[in-house]
Structure formats: C-alpha cells, structure tokens
Write a protein that binds this ligand. Structure first.
Ligand SMILES: NCc1[nH]cc(CCC(=O)O)c1CC(=O)O
Length: 292
C-alpha cells in the first residue's frame, strides 16, 4: 500500500493554492507517496470584525493546524511564514522554507480608479505598512481592512477604498497580478519578515521527507529576518519589518525599527558573509535600538 501523507491548510483560496504548490513539489520529489490536502477553518478566519491585534495576533491562524499536527490528524502544515508566530511549539518545528515569491508590497487601485493620484483612502491591514505609507503618501488617509484577498478586493471595488496595499506574493499566486499598478521597492516599503516565503511545519520525524523543498540559503535569510523582529519584540502588531537577500557571498539584511515614544522609525542595513551571518538579525536589532 502507498504511504499516505496528509497536508493541512487553512481554507482560504490563497492557502489552498499555496498548499497545492507545495504538494506538487513534494510529489515530484516522492512520486511513490499519496498526498492528500486537508483544509480547516482557523479562529483567525472566523473572526473578521476585529483587528488581529485585538483578538490575539497571528497565532490564531495556526492554532487549529498545530493541534491537528499534534494529534496526528495531519502530517504537515503549510503556512505563509509571515503569518507564523515568532515562537512555534517545540514539538512542531519549521521543517522547510520554500523558494521565495516576490517579497514586495504593491498598490492595487479600485476598478475605474487607475492611475491613482495619492489622494483619498488607502486600505491596509498592518501598522508596518501604515507608517511607511504615511511617509510616501502624506495626503492620503490610511484605513484598516481585514479579510482574505478576495474579500479585500471586493471591498475595494465596492468603493470603500481608493487603493489597497497588499503583498505581491499573494496576488501572483492567485493569478491576480494584472491588478497591480505599482510595485514598492524595499526602500519605499520594507516588507514584513518572511513575506513571500512558505513554510512546511510538522513533527521532527517528517523533516527528511521535506528538506529538499528548501533552496540553499533560504533558512539563513528567513531566520535572520525573524531574529531581527524577535529581538525587538515585534510580535504580531509591532511595526517591525525586515528583508534579507544574498549578494555574492553576503547576506544583506535591512531592518526597520519603530520608536514608540516618538512615532518615528529608522531603517538600516547590515551585511555579513553568509557563513558568518548566524547572528546578523540580532546584531542589526541591537545596533538600531541602542542608537535610538
Ligand atoms: N496578512 C495576510 C498575508 N499573509 C501572507 C500574505 C502574502 C503571501 C506571503 O507573504 O507569502 C498575506 C496577504 C497580504 O499581506 O497581502
């Protein structure tokens, strides 16, 4: 009999598309396996009338899947790294990081309101985007928005907002790239730690099976971005951003540090040879904090 692997996912269309991408890759690596997708609703998907900060943060998107992993109902779970809490349960490590999709944030105008002039209402969900957008578009008003990408686009097109700011990664994976009017460089809007990266989470014994999904250097990039955020205690709602990339043999890490007292933020970059970069995120965080 074929060995059967169950892969758990949230129910949203994006989550399912992402999990199917990972399943396709796994099937290529292990053609002998039968792999099944199991979807479930998480608390974060059920409560849509309050902001994530109010209802307890990112953990709400993974809690149900964590439980299913622990109970053996599923063998693996696929998540956006960006949605993962900074600490995962000890028994459920991240087993592999995927190749990164476009990490940038993008501007999406409402239908009929293309060529946006920088005035009116921007819909965006995170404090990280908000503070950076206020600098880029001082004449616009930023209003919160929740729900999955399709829901947000419906709210946009129904006239509640003039433009949205979203992650390029989600739109591209959903085939909605044509709605993108402008890509923000990391210098304009620094992405969230882990943006564009998918992770496979599970019990330690599954590591062997998925480790080949991970491109070289993905872990050092992802872990340094997350170390930066962790060091500054930027849990779910803090506007901390971090973006790492490899240039020649170096890891180049850019971090955003927000100072609560003044409401100002600073962005800085630090680099290290990849093989000596284990603490780069931590060090960049400390440098930014002591300077400000
Ligand atoms: N907050 C929801 C979320 N989590 C991950 C992505 C995008 C996909 C990714 O980063 O891999 C999105 C949508 C968005 O921010 O526009």
């Amino acid at each position: 009999m074929k060995r059967k692997i169950r892969v758990g996912s949230r129910e949203s269309k994006l989550a399912v598309v992402q999990s199917e991408m990972i399943i396709q890759e796994l099937k290529k690596l292990h053609p002998q396996l039968e792999i099944e997708l199991v979807t479930m609703k998480t608390t974060g998907d059920k409560i849509l009338d309050r902001s994530l900060d109010q209802i307890g943060g990112k953990g709400l998107f993974v809690k149900e899947l964590d439980r299913a992993l622990l109970d053996g109902e599923i063998d693996l779970a696929v998540h956006c790294l960006k949605d993962m809490p900074m600490e995962t349960p000890e028994e459920l490590p991240i087993l592999a990081y995927s190749r990164r999709e476009d990490p940038r944030d993008v501007l999406v105008p409402a239908k009929g309101k293309e060529n946006w002039n920088g005035q009116g209402v921007i819909g965006c969900s995170s404090f990280r985007r908000r503070i950076q957008l206020q600098k880029l578009y001082p004449d616009a008003e930023v209003r919160g928005i929740r729900g999955n990408i399709q829901t947000r686009l419906q709210k946009l097109d129904s006239g509640q907002y003039d433009v949205l700011v979203l992650a390029a990664a989600g739109l591209k994976r959903l085939g909605l790239e044509e709605r993108i009017e402008r890509y923000f460089s990391p210098e304009e809007i620094l992405p969230a730690a882990g943006q564009g990266i998918l992770v496979v989470q599970g019990r330690e014994e599954m590591r062997e099976l998925v480790k080949e999904l991970q491109p070289e250097e993905m872990e050092v990039i992802a872990e340094n971005e997350r170390a930066f955020v962790r060091r500054l205690d930027g849990g779910c709602s803090s506007p901390v951003a971090a973006y790492g990339r490899i240039q020649q043999d170096e890891l180049v890490l850019t971090g955003l540090y927000y100072e609560e007292d003044t409401g100002n933020y600073v962005i800085a970059t630090k680099r290290a040879e990849v093989r000596a970069s284990a603490h780069l995120g931590w060090e960049l965080a400390d440098e930014l904090r002591t300077k400000h």
